[in-house]
Design a protein around this ligand. Structure first.
Ligand SMILES: Cc1cc2nc3c(=O)[nH]c(=O)nc-3n(C[C@H](O)[C@H](O)[C@H](O)COP(=O)(O)O)c2cc1C
Ligand code: SF4
Length: 425
């Protein structure tokens, strides 16, 4: 195959090198690890130069959609007076995803530095890090690091004598998945409910408090300092042309070695599951993998030999998402697994759109009926119909999120549904 396999990978190169090392949380130790060198370099660069390096590196947003980061930064109006903001999205709530948590927990200064470099690139005077409410212990670690960085002059007025000012506030959310959607996040941050709104206007036009804003994921921002220090070609030594760099993988479910792994993009998904994570425990066969977190279409065990890039997973009919494969072994009841996913989205729907508010609940109810043996064959038609009604008709894509795993499970595991239904029309 033309793409790298896991034995050729460097693991833990950029983001995770200091995971598990509590000393890395301390500023003085962090400086001996090369901390804040990216910020120092960025302070000597023009904002547009920083954006160009990040653009050339090909870094793509790690919040799920894979939007090119440098390109997003160019959308911020350069000449417009008044405040500009950077929001770091640390709401991480997608079932299966647990990578941003590890960055907050082990390398908070890497994230702070990434935020400051990005803020300088987009002319932001204030950074907000919006942290998922349930991440309280990790927020404490982040807060301690922010205090240290303020005291040492890395945040605040006249940063390191450069004349540039930038503040940073850590904001704790109340624990809603929908606050991770960028317009919901900004609404929550501005004092409203975490309810998404239609775009346009896009955040760069009207974001936090109505001002130009960029929203970036924790992992995206944490990759920035080393790209600035080492250059775009250095970052491109990993991954593929369209999906460069390394990625934190959150591997969960029926695996011998579940966990967090930093791997080069482009590695075969099959290698991630079998070589890196050891396959399913107790010699069980793998039935399916939901590759990118719970909102992505599932792949059967025969479909795993695909390059784990944004384009590779898309060609395979799924999505890289947050690179959070959930592995289901031969004993897993697919209908039950889908019902649990549907329950999650039904619970987390903000309720603004009828299709989403009602449709996600109907999906969950129908799946529950099939699961307990009260389903009918016509339920499968109704589920397909609901998939249509939930796709592309709502303010945000939470509604679509339930469709990807559901429709793929209906297409690929119809036999399991029919076995539970037992021929009732
Ligand atoms: C329902 C929903 C939930 C989301 N949750 C998160 C989240 O928890 N963290 C995140 O970074 N992005 C999340 N996103 C994506 C954000 O809207 C946004 O695209 C992302 O934060 C941009 O950062 P990036 O360009 O660095 O990926 C979510 C999107 C949707 C539709
Ligand atoms: S799709 Fe669902 S979560 Fe998104 S805005 Fe509409 S009701 Fe809210």
């Amino acid at each position: 195959m033309g793409y790298p396999h896991s034995h050729e990978l460097e693991v833990g190169t950029i983001l995770s090198r200091h995971f598990g090392d509590p000393k890395a949380r301390d500023l003085n130790t962090w400086l001996t690890y090369g901390g804040y060198e990216g910020l120092k370099k960025a302070l000597e660069m023009e904002p547009a130069e920083i954006t160009t390096v990040v653009k050339d590196s090909g870094l793509r947003g790690r919040g799920g959609a894979g939007f090119p980061t440098g390109l997003k930064w160019t959308f911020m109006p350069q000449e417009q007076k008044g405040p500009h903001y950077l929001c770091c999205n640390a709401d991480e709530s997608e079932p299966g995803a647990f990578k941003d948590r590890e960055i907050l927990r082990w390398v908070p200064h890497l994230l702070i530095e990434g935020c400051l470099v990005a803020a300088r690139a987009i002319h932001a005077e204030h950074v907000y890090i919006y942290v998922r409410g349930e991440y309280f212990p990790f927020t404490n670690i982040l807060n301690d690091a922010v205090v240290q960085a303020y005291e040492a002059g890395y945040i605040g007025e006249n940063i390191l004598g450069s004349g540039w000012n930038c503040d940073l506030t850590v904001h704790i959310g109340a624990g809603a998945y929908i606050a991770g959607e960028e317009t919901g996040l900004m609404s929550s941050l501005s004092g409203g409910r975490a309810e998404p709104r239609i775009k346009p206007p896009f955040p760069a036009q009207s974001g936090v408090f109505g001002s130009p804003t960029t929203v970036n994921n924790v992992e995206t921002l944490a990759a920035v300092p080393m790209i600035v220090v080492n250059g775009s070609d250095w970052y491109r030594q990993w991954g593929t042309e369209k999906s460069p760099g390394t990625k934190l993988w959150c591997c969960s479910g029926n695996l011998e070695r579940p966990g967090n792994y930093e791997l080069e993009l482009g590695v075969s998904l099959k290698d991630v599951i079998y070589e890196v994570c050891g396959g399913a425990p107790n010699g069980k066969k793998i039935k399916a993998v939901i590759p990118g977190g719970s909102s992505t279409a599932l792949l059967t065990a025969d479909e795993l030999d695909v390059p784990s890039t944004y384009e590779g997973l898309q060609e395979a009919g799924s999505s890289l998402g947050t690179a959070s494969p959930i592995v289901l072994d031969e004993d897993v009841n697919i209908v039950r697994a889908m019902r649990r996913i549907a329950d999650f989205y039904a619970h987390e729907s903000c309720g603004q759109c009828v299709q989403c508010r009602e449709g996600t609940s109907w999906v969950a109810q129908i799946l529950r009926r099939i699961e307990v043996g009260d389903g009918r064959l016509s339920d499968l038609d109704t589920l397909y119909d609901l998939c249509e009604q939930l796709t592309g008709r709502t303010i945000c894509v939470l509604a679509d999120s339930v469709v990807f795993p559901l429709r793929s499970s209906l297409d690929k595991f119809r036999g399991e549904y029919e076995a539970l239904i037992g021929g009732r029309p």
